[in-house]
Design a protein around this ligand. Sequence first.
Ligand code: FAD
Length: 274
Amino acid sequence: MLSENLTWEFPSSAEEAAGLLLRPGALLHAGGTRILKTCPKSVKLLIDTGGLGLDYINFTDNAYYIGSGVTFSEIVKYPAKGKSLPLLQSSLSGAASTPLRNRITIGGSLKDFPLWSSLYAPLIALKARVEILTDKPAIHTVEDYVSSGIIKTKHLIKHLIIDEESGLISGVKKFSILKFQYPAFTIAIALCMKGRMVEDARLVITGVRNRFMRFTKAEEMLKGKTLNELTLEEVHRHISPSFMSDYKFSASYKEKAARIIFMDLFKEIKGGMR
Ligand SMILES: Cc1cc2nc3c(=O)[nH]c(=O)nc-3n(C[C@H](O)[C@H](O)[C@H](O)COP(=O)(O)OP(=O)(O)OC[C@H]3O[C@@H](n4cnc5c(N)ncnc54)[C@H](O)[C@@H]3O)c2cc1C
């Protein structure tokens, strides 16, 4: 149960909301899907983010700016240009259910980062950045935002920035037994090609012991090569995610499933190049 003495504020700018957030017991409320589930008792003040004007998707200077108030459904329906946004759209289209996707926001999902996140693997693979407001604005890569612990501090997320990369080939797959179940993990692959050669590679998994992992040895192995120069077995050797067991799956089961799904995805991407 949330506290009975809860108050609400309805600020009309991001700066006003960031100021209110400094009050003791204050929490931002976006889609509310996580807050309703966890009902944190310590919360005294809920700050509605609906009036902050952060529900935009703009494409400027070869980059997407996605406001933190944008819902998963709005992203999925957006008429994407280029190659970067479709990776995110593909992942979010399989998240939760239609009514939930109509509520779940980018800001709430970035701050929450659940194990079953459909957002983080594609964002890290796309080298996305996040602009946050505390006492002053700051931009971090999504990867740094999590790794450095900034995610745990009090701040308002303003928007995501995703650069459009030419030569990008990518794909994403989640693992769940039933379509509407929480994904046990999500894998995203983004390869930046120069002609037929891999110039940059990002291989990411979420749902693992440390929230996310990049398979850096496999990434290094891919760089500077054509996809035909490497056998799948060579890449496979460097895919070794570490999971926690849960009530549905043991850690070793998830590890085996992740290696198979990773290779399926890799084959699909390689096949698409022909
Ligand atoms: C049944 C179910 C299935 C789900 N399945 C999936 C799934 O498959 N994939 C997936 O990715 N997600 C899934 N979710 C969603 C996920 O678990 C979270 O509930 C969701 O990401 C929270 O987003 P929200 O907008 O509702 O945030 P809220 O509940 O409003 O807030 C969550 C947290 O974010 C903070 N916050 C909100 N906005 C901002 C902001 N602008 N800046 C800083 N902090 C902010 C809040 O203060 C709070 O701490 C599912 C949820 C449910 C209930």
